[in-house]
Ligand binder design. Structure first.
Ligand code: ADP
Ligand code: MG
Length: 305
């Protein structure tokens, strides 16, 4: 097959591994920077064009694309991906599903509609609602989370009610979009990353936050090890990926005193942490799935919203 990987950086571990795994299985692979693509939107011959370094332009032809769209270019990256979809090219994740997953509020709402367990989460526009939203998540300590946060950067712990009010008011003041969330203290700075491919959890790891840190992101010095999922955790992860309409997803779960809770569904989960922690050939499994699934034709968008 001709496979295109939409990634801005061919040197990233995940990109390199996907290239390697695809070549190993006899495919022709190219890494494409979405920002160098452009498109003409016509019904007749929809195409994605690529500007090559020597200045020439070519129409891209792929049998399948693997989107690895960074959070900083979600809008344009998804527009390019959508154009591939217009041209009937298979993508392991559809643009609509990626867009859903990038907005934490939208994602929580979609998951809530299907009864998926999550930490109690509140959202308000008016600064007058500050007290009410603090109360609604059970008071401090609580988490204030930017809706576009990645790598734990926009996730803040307010230990007291005063700190929570100050944070919420500051975020209102600068016009940021954020959620207020129940703090799952008993998770103890750990979370579980379930790597879902095509309706199966193919690998799972537990991430532990560095000392004195409540965020377990590996980018923040967290460490990872293999973990056995309970049946409830496995089915929660699969349901969450399904509700979001993602064939490839990293579903993050917290172990709370009232059962497993989904905090995030990631549409471009990194491969380095999970392959290193589990020794599983995740890249190979992704390519293998694409070989099978793309035979069924281009993906059909799943769900609403
Ligand atoms: P990001 O997209 O920035 O990674 P997450 O929602 O995944 O944001 O949060 C980052 C980390 O912070 C999580 O992996 C988890 O360790 C911790 N965390 C997030 N939400 C909560 C919560 N409600 N209670 C306890 N810890 C949390
Ligand atoms: Mg996360």
């Amino acid at each position: 097959m001709k496979i295109g990987i939409l990634s801005r950086n061919r040197k990233l571990y995940s990109t390199r591994r996907l290239v390697e795994a695809a070549e190993l299985r006899g495919h022709e692979v190219r890494v494409i920077d979405a920002l160098k693509c452009y498109m003409n939107i016509t019904a007749n011959e929809p195409n994605v064009y690529y500007q090559k370094s020597e200045g020439t332009v070519e129409a891209l032809r792929f049998d399948a694309v693997i989107p690895r769209i960074g959070a900083s270019i979600t809008a344009y990256g998804c527009a390019v991906l959508r154009q591939f979809e217009v041209a009937n090219v298979y993508s392991i994740n559809e643009s609509i599903a990626i867009t859903r997953s990038r907005d934490k509020l939208r994602a929580h709402q979609l998951l809530a509609r299907k009864g998926i367990g999550q930490p109690v989460t509140s959202y308000a526009h008016s600064a007058k609602a500050t007290n009410a939203i603090i109360e609604s998540v059970g008071g401090a300590p609580l988490i204030v989370k930017l809706t576009q946060s990645t790598q734990g950067n926009g996730v803040l712990l307010a230990e007291t009610k005063k700190a929570a009010e100050a944070l919420i008011n500051a975020f209102h003041g600068i016009g940021s979009d954020f959620l207020v969330q129940e703090f799952i203290k008993e998770a103890g700075g750990s979370d579980i990353r379930c790597f879902v491919v095509g309706g199966k959890v193919i690998a799972a790891m537990q991430r532990k936050a560095a000392k004195g840190e409540y965020r377990s992101n590996l980018h923040r010095g967290g460490t990872a090890e293999v973990i056995r999922l309970t049946p409830a955790e496995r089915s929660l992860a699969l349901n969450a990926a399904k509700v979001m309409g993602l064939d490839l997803a990293g579903v993050d779960i917290l172990r709370s005193s009232h059962g497993p809770l989904v905090i995030e569904v990631n549409s471009s989960p990194g491969l380095e942490g999970i392959e290193t922690a589990t020794g599983i050939d995740v890249a190979g499994k992704i390519i293998e799935y694409i070989e099978k699934d793309s035979k069924l034709g281009p993906n059909k968008p799943v769900g609403k919203g």
